[in-house]
Design a protein. Structure first.
Length: 103
């Protein structure tokens, strides 16, 4: 089967997570470089990245899954937390009242 590079994961954890997303969408994938993490500190960071490969005929579908994954990451990075004026605890953006003091 003809495989194409879909994504360069930062580490094994991200690679396995993405591989799980693909599997949930019935897309087989292969990981290249997953065993290089033992070289952390010895190898350049771009060598330690894990390549995720998918079948050529599933590349477009896989790109959409990666796009959604990256959008979700950016959304989480941009979430705004707020500090309760009463007890000074940090609350997630979607909380209408403080989790600590209920005000």
């Amino acid at each position: 089967m003809d495989y194409r590079l879909l994504y360069k994961a930062a580490n094994n954890y991200e690679a396995y997570f993405i591989q799980g997303l693909l599997k949930n969408n019935l897309i087989k994938s292969q990981l290249l470089g997953e065993n290089l993490s033992i070289g952390i500190g010895e190898l350049p960071i771009d060598v330690i990245q894990v390549d995720i490969l998918v079948p050529k005929n599933k590349l477009n579908e896989s790109i959409k899954i990666i796009s959604d994954y990256e959008k979700n990451l950016k959304y989480k990075e941009n979430k705004i937390e707020w500090i309760c004026k009463n007890c000074k605890e940090i609350n997630p953006e979607n909380f209408g009242i403080c989790w600590n003091c209920n005000k």
